[in-house]
Design a protein around this ligand. Structure first.
Ligand SMILES: Cc1cc2nc3c(=O)[nH]c(=O)nc-3n(C[C@H](O)[C@H](O)[C@H](O)COP(=O)(O)O)c2cc1C
Length: 191
């Protein structure tokens, strides 16, 4: 945390340019309350996890990702649902992040948004993602949960979110995430 504001890093588990999950993260960034800002970290240069490569030194993109998570006050994850679970892209990133005594998710507050073109909005991916992050000792915001179903009918091609109920709950989630980050930083309710 620097100059009193909260820096949140946004990580999207989809690589495609027109990703609804990335659009959702960007909208969340716009809806953040004062004193909170979003910086995106793209996973496109993260290689497949290979313990032999890691033994020779973290690849530059991985080192940059680990540093971005370490420095952030919180992490906002955009989680596409692939085959009822987390995308391989996001799982692979978490595998890289999970290694080492300085693993950067340890004690880190996070929140999840998911968007799918089907009706359920990626709920199944979120619960698998939470399970992984539990192992990393990250601290997850429980509520409100954001599952954006039928994303193709809610975002336009420019990434504008036209669905007011979704915008409202996303704004509420960002306020809750701000409060949650501050609560974790205080040591869970201690003054
Ligand atoms: C390999 C693959 C598996 C998918 N599996 C699911 C699934 O299990 N549940 C679901 O709701 N959508 C599934 N979808 C559809 C995605 O939710 C949809 O493509 C979504 O737009 C992906 O997120 P993105 O827009 O951020 O790329 C799948 C898509 C792909 C490419």
């Amino acid at each position: 945390m620097s100059n009193g504001s909260l820096n949140v890093v946004g990580i999207c588990g989809s690589l495609r340019a027109a990703s609804y999950n990335r659009m959702a993260l960007q909208v969340a960034g716009e809806l953040m309350p004062a004193g909170m800002s979003l910086t995106m970290f793209a996973l496109k240069d993260i290689p497949f996890f290979d313990a032999d490569v890691m033994a020779a030194g973290m690849p530059p993109a991985v080192a940059a990702m680990r540093e971005a998570v370490r420095k952030a006050d919180g992490v906002l994850l955009g989680s596409p649902e692939y085959n009822f679970s987390v995308s391989g892209v996001l799982k692979n990133a978490i595998d890289w992040l999970s290694r080492g005594t300085d693993q950067p998710f340890n004690g880190k507050p996070y929140a999840i948004i998911s968007a799918t073109q089907g009706p359920l909005g990626g709920a199944r991916s979120q619960y698998d993602l939470r399970k992984m992050l539990q192992f990393l000792n990250a601290h997850g915001l429980n509520k409100p949960e954001i599952f954006i179903g039928g994303a193709q009918n809610k975002f336009d091609a420019a990434g504008k979110l036209n669905d007011e109920p979704t915008r409202k709950i996303m704004g509420e989630q960002m306020v809750a995430f701000r409060d949650y980050i501050q609560w974790v930083k205080r040591g869970y309710g201690q003054t």
